[in-house]
Write a protein that binds this ligand. Structure first.
Ligand SMILES: CC(C)(COP(=O)(O)OP(=O)(O)OC[C@H]1O[C@@H](n2cnc3c(N)ncnc32)[C@H](O)[C@@H]1OP(=O)(O)O)[C@@H](O)C(=O)NCCC(=O)NCCS
Length: 160
């Protein structure tokens, strides 16, 4: 792990984040990488989600290197109007364990907390689940083994 590097969280763009997703998070992915996708919390698809707002954030070193990325997409449902999905968090392996992912997620929490009765869901890989639990998410499904390309995954939620 590289210690002592200064970094900040900043708004980002899909093209910047997409490069990390393609090369590092989902290498060799079969389906196209879009800014968001129509997956609904706990299952199903809603094509309307593709028109919804997505925000991208990155962690940048003082020299401008991209150290981590995340996205936050609107994902409304009849039960929770201010509902969002966290997708695509990735931190450069050399910089893990220094709080970058926590800061990226906290930035998303800050966006969401502006709405009343908001919640965020995600679909972490089993390997990333301990991080999500540490960030206060609760597990709301069994591990799903075959449905997703980089699984197993499970649904998690955090309510505000
Ligand atoms: C999961 C990931 C984003 C964590 O990034 P990170 O920058 O190392 O995480 P942080 O340093 O911000 O950790 C925040 C907290 O979570 C804990 N944590 C992070 N990863 C953990 C793990 N695998 N197991 C247990 N705890 C973990 C840290 O100990 C820290 O706890 P603290 O607040 O008590 O200090 C990173 O390992 C990663 O990019 N993994 C590969 C991509 C991936 O799997 N993404 C998710 C796909 S769904």
């Amino acid at each position: 792990m590289k210690t002592g590097t200064q970094w900040t969280i900043a708004s980002s763009t899909f093209s910047e984040v997409k490069g990390v997703w393609e090369q590092s998070l989902w290498p060799g992915r079969k389906s196209d990488i879009e800014p968001t996708n129509p997956l609904v919390y706990l299952g199903g698809y809603d094509p309307d989600y593709l028109q919804r707002q997505v925000q991208f954030f990155s962690a940048l070193s003082s020299g401008g290197d991209l150290l981590g990325v995340i996205s936050l997409a609107e994902s409304p449902s009849p039960e929770i109007h201010s509902f969002y999905r966290l997708r695509g968090i990735f931190v450069d392996p050399s910089y893990r364990g220094s709080g970058i992912a926590k800061a990226l997620v906290q930035r998303c929490f800050d966006v969401v907390k502006a709405s009343s009765e908001a919640a965020i869901w995600s679909l972490p890989r089993e390997t990333a689940l301990p991080f999500y639990l540490r960030m206060g998410f609760e597990v709301t499904s069994p591990m799903i083994d075959k449905e997703f390309e980089f699984g197993p995954n499970c649904y998690v939620i955090k309510r505000f």
